[in-house]
Design a protein around this ligand. Structure first.
Ligand code: LLP
Length: 432
């Protein structure tokens, strides 16, 4: 469910023709639908309402301040993984009580900033981190509230680069060591072990990993309590998948059916850290065709968005739906089945201007014939699109626009060449 649709063969975001946005703001351009974003946040809030969860939007997914502000306004907290994300969350109106801090490499200055902000939960991922946090808390005369992040060692469930709960990844404490680690800090004056955290991976298209995860979680929570830790929080992370190709994802309530009973059984407050589910299908990337090219027996559609704008296809072989913004009469909307042959289409690699063979948005994709200047939409680009973008090849980062009904707002201006060199120091000024 989203608010991008073809009306009279023109792609609209809510009530606004995407072509108008491309003309006004240029391309490549990220376009977000406010209604879609809030719809998905609401889906999660409603699905889990029974246990009154703390929903912490995962800032890494898309940290644009306007989007974060929208979510804070609807009651969302924030999951942060760096001092920079904490900064964003606070700027967006987040309060410490609704912020959780994850990540394997938190530094002392980050601990200090988070303790100052009063973050509600540190998701701690190693014994060394636990003691370092305890030390900073002691120096500051504070107590850090901690959820031990455990790696539940589940079967593979998503792309290997984003699977965080298989043996041998850097995330979390091993099942075998978590109890020893917990025992070591039983009487620590500045650490309170109040929760158990797991983030299984991303994106996850089945509820099964959560079923296995909560089962292991319940056992650990019982053991931690028996040891004397007052466990009141069960943090099940994020990871809920979305529709990239067709209707392949689970609704929020399917995950709730598995997670809610376990949370009730544990008598815990549920924390969730969804990102992709909320913002993924709320964003598209608009680009403009520069050239068609035939080479080595292949067709290339060269357009102005590149791997620096959306790195997911080349990094994870991810599939994003792509379609003309103004399709010809015989191609009114993207196909239901991307494998099917569509008369009149051409198989192309959709590539960008970056100097790498790995610079593509799609490979071997059937698309209607497109000409120089035509606009293209890459769908489901709201999550891990802009937030993973870079200035590679000294390309300026894209602009971002938020659409609300028939209104639209620039929420991040396109970078300039001046932005590209702004942070560099010209120490050789004056030298010949
Ligand atoms: N919590 C933790 C501890 C995480 O590491 C992540 C994502 C989330 C929550 C949010 O997961 P989500 O609900 O968005 O699935 N760049 C990759 C995804 C990396 C996910 C990193 N961690 C991609 O583009 O697919």
């Amino acid at each position: 469910m989203d608010y991008f649709s073809f009306k009279n063969r023109a792609l609209h975001c809510e009530e606004v023709p995407c072509q108008d946005l491309a003309i006004q703001y240029g391309t490549p351009l990220y376009v977000y639908s406010k209604a879609t974003l809030l719809h998905h946040l609401r889906q999660i809030q409603e699905a889990f309402a029974e246990v009154d969860p703390l929903i912490c939007y995962s800032v890494k997914t898309n940290g644009n301040l306007s989007l974060c502000k929208l979510m804070a306004g609807k009651g969302s907290g924030f999951d942060v993984t760096s001092g920079g994300e904490l900064h964003r969350a606070l700027l967006a109106g987040g309060t410490g009580a609704k912020i959780v801090f994850a990540g394997v490499g938190k530094t002392d200055p980050e601990f200090r900033a988070a303790l100052d902000a009063g973050v509600s939960l540190f998701n701690v991922e190693s014994e060394a981190e636990l003691y370092a946090l305890g030390e900073v808390a002691r120096e500051m005369g504070k107590t850090a509230t901690v959820a031990l992040r455990v790696n539940p060692d589940l079967p593979p469930k998503t792309h290997h680069k984003t699977d965080t709960s298989v043996k041998g990844v850097k995330f979390g404490l091993d099942l075998e060591t978590v109890m020893d680690v917990a025992r070591g800090v039983l009487s620590h004056k500045h650490l309170k072990i109040a929760g158990l955290h797991m983030h299984l991976g991303s994106p996850i298209l089945s509820v099964e990993p959560y079923r296995l995860g909560v089962a292991k979680g319940l056992i650990l929570i019982a053991q931690l309590r028996e040891m004397g830790h007052p466990i009141t929080v069960m943090n099940m992370g994020g990871g809920f998948g979305i529709h990239y190709r067709k209707e392949e994802a689970q609704p929020a309530k399917a995950f709730a059916q598995v997670i809610v009973p376990a949370v009730k059984q544990a008598g815990c407050r549920l924390v969730l850290e969804p990102g992709r589910f909320i913002v993924g299908n709320a964003g598209i990337l608009l680009s403009r065709v520069i050239y068609n090219k035939e080479s080595g027996g292949k067709n290339f559609l060269i357009q102005d968005a590149a791997m620096n704008d959306l790195i997911r296809p080349t990094l994870y072989d991810s599939f994003h739906r792509i379609w003309p913004v103004h399709p010809a009469e015989s191609f009114p909307a993207p196909p239901e089945d991307y494998e099917a042959e569509i008369p009149g289409t051409k198989v192309v690699d959709v590539v960008g201007p970056v100097c790498e063979s790995g610079d593509f948005l799609a490979k071997g994709r059937r698309l209607p014939p497109m000409n120089r200047g035509d606009l293209l939409a890459t769908f489901s680009a709201g999550a891990y699109g802009m937030s993973m973008s870079s200035n590679y090849n000294s390309r300026v980062r894209a602009a971002e626009v938020l659409v609300d009904g028939d209104k639209h707002y620039l929420i991040r201006r396109r970078e300039t060449y001046q932005d590209l060199v702004q942070a560099e120091l010209d120490v050789l000024a004056g030298e010949k």
